[in-house]
Ligand binder design. Structure first.
Ligand SMILES: Cc1cc2nc3c(=O)[nH]c(=O)nc-3n(C[C@H](O)[C@H](O)[C@H](O)COP(=O)(O)OP(=O)(O)OC[C@H]3O[C@@H](n4cnc5c(N)ncnc54)[C@H](O)[C@@H]3O)c2cc1C
Length: 503
């Protein structure tokens, strides 16, 4: 039986996987790599989500790749423009030729005898299970389940006669013109949907249990547009990218170090943008401190504008039950609805649900520690990619890919065949992977890898510090252990044919 072998397998062809492939091609050009993508398309998040108005809430100068300038007018871009950008990047650099679509990696099993991973891959097109091997595995699988979003139980759900929709499975033909819509939720998705739907709907109500912090940003960056008119695209992109990195870091630090002041500023922004005597403290004054949960960004005050025009409104309170024609709140208020949108969030998922096994022992991600935010304690030749929670995902994802290339090149130079971060987990204080108190993060915390209180096991939400570590830190730091043992058994050879066995 011939089994195809790769130097590196990247799992996922979203924003991160495509960026990782670019780094692989340019920094480790001799490595033979493939991307296994479960879906039939490139783009991940930006292909999956199709709800009205879907957009980034980070600016595109930091969400786009540093190696391919963002050229569109809008700095806060809509989903289709981001998808187009990711696809064009894959095409421009020939990355698309490396992608195996509809190939879902189900399990990966490391053998210290063979010094390689054996992958079990489901081919959705043929319903076959394929097997192949790789020397290094890189998970760019995103952070949530694709098959369904988070759906809390609403009492009386069966009673509701209208349409019930989750943004992760948006019906392509949903006609909401002239309809009364209630959007349940207060996160990034809800604040995007409400102004977008209010353009055609009779009225949209955003029903939130408790408020989120909201900050309006201009959808177009005047400084960026000025630079782009006068400088080569790459130079302009680099300058604006750095400007936005520093502004973002400054904002985050302000919120963390002076939360009372930041809260006042955010509240003032809401007061200035909403009608006089609006109940700002009921609907826009959260219970938590700024950045304990993600800040919600809105472009050009769009949410506030739709409230001012009377096309949208906010209701803050707890749901008692769904009724035949809407939602009854515990306060007794009833919100009538033809369509209910449950913008209640995602279900986080570790490592794309790939079952990891090392020398016959199953690895539970929740019992591992994260090394430099990108490798797992005691798991050899494996890295994964997770973005920032307080800045654009790509900033950290790209650093992870650059670091991985450094590791691979170091191994090549020194003749090493393996590397694994080794830690004494008993002496380490355990902290959750993500430093947010949002529901979706808390629900998944036990299943996600952990961080600790000290370097290199801390995930810092700080691009500048990470830039130094990921690009310039010593490879042989006493924690990342390299090995040069030769395999005791041989499994196939490069360039051989992928085998298939019936599922
Ligand atoms: C609606 C929405 C808006 C967002 N807006 C922003 C924003 O403005 N700024 C920001 O920084 N972040 C934002 N995010 C976070 C966003 O997910 C990241 O920006 C980014 O798109 C993540 O890219 P990724 O490639 O790491 O993951 P994804 O986009 O999730 O892609 C992962 C890919 O891996 C594939 N995959 C997963 N498991 C397997 C497997 N076992 N086998 C094979 N393939 C697999 C998936 O099919 C998918 O194609 C947003 C997220 C959502 C849901």
């Amino acid at each position: 039986m011939f089994i195809e072998h790769f130097d590196v397998v990247i799992i996922g062809a979203g924003l991160s996987g495509v960026g990782a492939a670019y780094r692989m091609q340019t920094k480790c050009s001799k490595k033979r790599y493939a991307i296994f993508e479960a879906r039939a398309e490139i783009g991940g998040t930006w292909d999956l989500f199709r709800y009205p108005g879907v957009r980034s809430d980070s600016d595109m100068f930091t969400l786009a790749y540093p190696f391919r300038p963002w050229k569109e007018a809008k700095a806060i871009a809509d989903g289709p423009a981001i998808l187009k950008y990711v696809r064009e990047t894959a095409r421009e650099f020939g990355i698309d030729r490396h992608i195996r679509f509809q190939h879902k990696v189900v399990s990966a099993s490391w053998s210290s005898n063979d010094l390689r991973w054996s992958l079990e891959v489901q081919n959705a097109a043929t319903s076959e299970t394929l097997h192949c091997t790789c020397s290094f595995l890189y998970g760019c699988t995103g952070y949530y389940r694709y098959d369904s979003g988070y759906q809390p139980e609403f009492p009386g759900r069966d009673r509701f006669r209208g349409q019930f929709v989750h943004p992760q499975q948006w019906p392509e033909d949903l006609d909401y013109s002239g309809k009364r819509v209630v959007v349940i939720g207060s996160g990034a998705t809800a604040v995007t949907l409400v102004p977008a739907m209010s353009r055609k709907a009779a009225h949209v109500t955003m029903l939130q249990r408790s408020p989120s912090y909201i900050l309006s940003l201009p959808s177009e960056d005047g400084f960026a547009n000025l630079l782009r008119r006068n400088l080569p695209p790459k130079v302009a992109h680099r300058i604006v990218r750095w400007k936005n990195i520093l502004v973002g870091l400054g904002l985050f630090q302000l919120c963390k170090r002076a939360p009372t002041f930041a809260r006042k500023l955010l509240r003032k922004g809401a007061i200035n943008s909403l009608p006089q005597n609006y109940e700002v403290d009921t609907h826009f004054n959260p219970r938590y401190e700024p950045w304990d949960q993600r800040l919600c960004f809105i472009p050009d005050n769009d949410l506030y504008r739709s409230i001012r025009k009377g096309r949208a409104s906010i209701a803050t309170g707890e749901i008692d039950s769904l009724t035949e024609d809407g939602v009854l709140l515990k306060s007794g208020q009833h919100l009538s609805a033809d369509i209910l949108v449950s913008a209640t969030g995602l279900q986080m998922l570790a490592l794309g649900a790939v079952r990891l096994v090392v020398d016959g022992v199953s690895i539970h991600p929740g019992r591992t520690f994260v090394y430099k935010g990108t490798m797992l304690s005691d798991v050899p030749n494996f890295a994964f990619c997770v973005g920032y929670t307080n800045a654009s995902w790509t900033l950290r994802a790209d650093l992870a890919s650059i670091f991985l290339c450094r590791v691979l090149n170091h191994m090549g130079r020194k003749g090493y065949r393996t590397c694994r971060p080794v830690c004494n987990t008993h002496s380490m204080e355990t902290r959750p992977l993500l430093n947010l108190t949002s529901g979706y993060v808390m629900r998944a915390a036990a299943d996600l890898p952990k961080q600790a209180a000290k370097k290199p096991w801390v995930i810092r939400q700080n691009y500048l510090l990470d830039l130094l570590t990921m690009r310039f830190s010593r490879m042989e730091d006493g924690v990342l252990k390299f090995g040069s043992a030769t395999p005791t058994a041989s499994v196939g050879a490069p360039e051989q044919v992928l085998t298939a066995s019936a599922d």
